[in-house]
Ligand binder design. Structure first.
Ligand SMILES: NC(=O)c1ccc[n+]([C@@H]2O[C@H](COP(=O)([O-])OP(=O)(O)OC[C@H]3O[C@@H](n4cnc5c(N)ncnc54)[C@H](OP(=O)(O)O)[C@@H]3O)[C@@H](O)[C@H]2O)c1
Length: 269
C-alpha cells in the first residue's frame, strides 16, 4: 500500500483508508449490521487501510461505538483515527462535549485527526477554528482539519488557525470533478493541505465513465472500482471508500498499489 505525507506533518498515511458512513446506521442508529461492520473495520486495518474515517453524526454516535469495538481487537497505535464534529456543535462548550463524547464511544484517549464536518452556520469560521485549536491544545487530537470547505473558507480557516489545517475532506471521484473546476485541488496541493476524497466510488454510482473504466480494468485484470481508486491515487489525494464486503475490502486495499500510466490517465480524463 502506497503512503503519502499528510499535509506538512511527519505522518505518512496509506493512500486508501476506510469510510464508515452507514455502518451502524445513517442519521439514526441501526444495529442490524453491527457484526459485519466491526469485522470490516478490523479487516481493513489488517489489509493496510489503517486510516479510519468516522464522525459523531454517523448513526447518531453508534458508528463510533462500532469503531470503538473494532479498536479493541486492534493495536490502537496501528490506526490513524479521524472523527468529525457536526456544525451545530462548534461553540467551545459544545465542541468539548462533542469530542469527549466521540472519545468515549471510540474507547480511546485521543483522536489522530479532528475535522469540522461542514462549514459553520451560526458562528464564524474564525471562532470555530479557534475552538478546534483548543481541542488540539488540550490533547484530544493530534491534528486538525476541515471538511466541505471552499477555497475562501479554507483561507479564512488557515488565517485563524495557530496549528496547521492538515486536510480538507471533500467529495471527489472520477465523475465528480467539482473540486478541480473550483481550483480547490490545486489550492490545497500548492499550500500543503491534503485532500481526502470522500465518496471516491461515487457511492458506487459510477456510470458515465464506466465503459472506459471497464476497458482499462479488463486490460489489467482489475475491477472498475480499483481503477477509479487508482485514478485518485494518481491525482495525489487520499481516499476513504466505505466497504463492508470482504471482496470490496481486498480490492480496495490492492488499489493502493496500482500505478496507472500517463496514457491511461489521459484516456480516463
Ligand atoms: N465529510 C463528509 O461530508 C462526508 C460525506 C460522505 C462520506 N464521507 C466519508 O467518506 C466515506 C466514503 O464515501 P461513501 O460511503 O459516501 O461512498 P463510497 O465509498 O464512494 O461508496 C461506498 C459503496 O461502494 C461499495 N464498494 C466499496 N468498495 C467497492 C468495490 N471495490 N467494488 C464495488 N463496490 C464497492 C460499498 O459496498 P459495501 O459496503 O457493500 O462493501 C458501498 O455501497 C464515508 O463512508 C464517510 O466516512 C464523508
Amino acid at each position: 500500500m502506497k503512503k503519502m505525507r499528510l499535509g506538512k506533518t511527519d505522518v505518512f498515511l496509506p493512500v486508501i483508508g476506510l469510510g464508515t458512513w452507514e455502518m451502524g446506521g445513517g442519521i439514526s442508529p441501526d444495529p442490524s449490521n453491527d457484526k459485519e461492520s466491526i469485522r470490516a473495520i478490523v479487516r481493513a486495518v489488517e489489509l493496510g487501510m489503517t486510516h479510519i474515517d468516522t464522525a459523531e453524526y454517523y448513526g447518531a454516535g453508534h458508528t463510533e461505538e462500532l469503531v470503538g469495538k473494532a479498536l479493541k481487537e486492534i493495536d490502537r497505535d496501528k490506526v490513524f483515527l479521524t472523527s468529525k464534529v457536526w456544525p451545530n456543535h462548534l461553540k467551545i462548550k459544545d465542541m468539548l462535549k462533542s469530542v469527549e463524547g466521540s472519545l468515549k464511544r471510540l474507547g480511546t484517549d485521543h483522536l489522530d485527526l479532528y475535522l469540522i464536518h461542514w462549514p459553520p452556520e451560526d458562528i464564524s469560521i474564525t471562532e470555530a477554528i479557534k475552538n478546534i485549536n483548543t481541542v488540539l491544545e488540550r490533547g484530544y487530537t493530534r491534528y486538525i482539519g476541515v471538511s466541505n470547505f471552499s477555497i475562501s473558507q479554507l483561507k479564512e480557516a488557515m488565517e485563524a488557525s495557530k496549528n496547521p489545517i492538515v486536510c480538507d475532506q471533500v467529495r471527489y471521484n472520477i465523475e465528480d470533478r467539482e473540486i478541480e473546476k473550483a481550483g480547490l485541488l490545486d489550492f490545497c496541493q500548492k499550500n500543503g493541505i491534503s485532500v481526502v476524497a470522500y465518496s471516491p466510488l461515487n457511492r458506487m454510482g459510477i456510470s458515465i465513465t464506466a465503459s472506459k473504466l471497464h476497458k482499462i480494468a479488463k486490460e489489467r485484470n482489475l475491477t472498475p472500482a480499483q481503477i477509479a481508486l487508482a485514478w485518485l491515487v494518481k491525482k495525489g489525494v487520499f481516499s476513504i471508500p466505505k466497504a463492508i464486503s470482504e471482496k470490496h475490502l481486498v480490492e480496495n486495499a490492492k488499489a493502493g498499489d496500482i500505478e496507472l500510466t500517463e496514457e491511461e490517465m489521459k484516456f480516463l480524463e
